[in-house]
Design a protein around this ligand. Sequence first.
Ligand code: PGA
Length: 231
Amino acid sequence: MGKLLVFNWKMNPATLKESLALAKISDQKNIVVAPPFIFTEEVGRVLKKAKLGAQDLFWEAGGAFTGEISPRELKNLGVRYVILGHSERRHKLGETDDMIEKKIKAAAESGLMPILCVGETKKEKAAGERDWILRRQLSIDLPGKLLVAYEPVWAIGTGEPESPEEAVKAINFISRLLTKKRKKFKVLYGGSVNSLNLKNYLQYKEVAGALVGGASLKKEQIKKLIKLCQK
Ligand code: PGA
């Protein structure tokens, strides 16, 4: 089986037209496309081989929660995967482990596959706290089956990825924790992945795939990334 690539478009692109163009070239197996909420339905219609993802959800099933999106609404649009606990939400929007725990639970209960993002900041890494941070972020109540994305915060969107060797060390640490908890899981790497460095990560059996931000918005990059993950 090939490795999985999750394309996290974040708050891009600005138009439906551009979204559909990206979706068409991303539509290959082993790919998950997570567009902005507003384009989910239309992007879902284009995807035949790739799976549809979302970048967040709210933990309640419905009701008076202005601006939020429920797991059921996503499910009804054909969403299969949901990115949760992304560092941009943790650090820029104040999302806590407690909130992430509720989201993960709501996702799993609705039949959506959670992709839990974990990773340390530059300061935490410098202080030798990486494993401690990962342990804390994974100490929340987790469903039986999940995907985890190891994404060092300082490597996201910076063009400065973690080295594959260090990433594998962190992934091994995550795997040991989750194995002890008897979870079924796979771990992806994320943080400045592009078509030049992807193979350096995928060569390790411990790395089940990658979560890709910036490069997943560039047509030439997308084509190359897809080729590499299907090898
Ligand atoms: P990046 O983003 O590939 O642009 O570093 C990764 C992510 O945020 O998931």
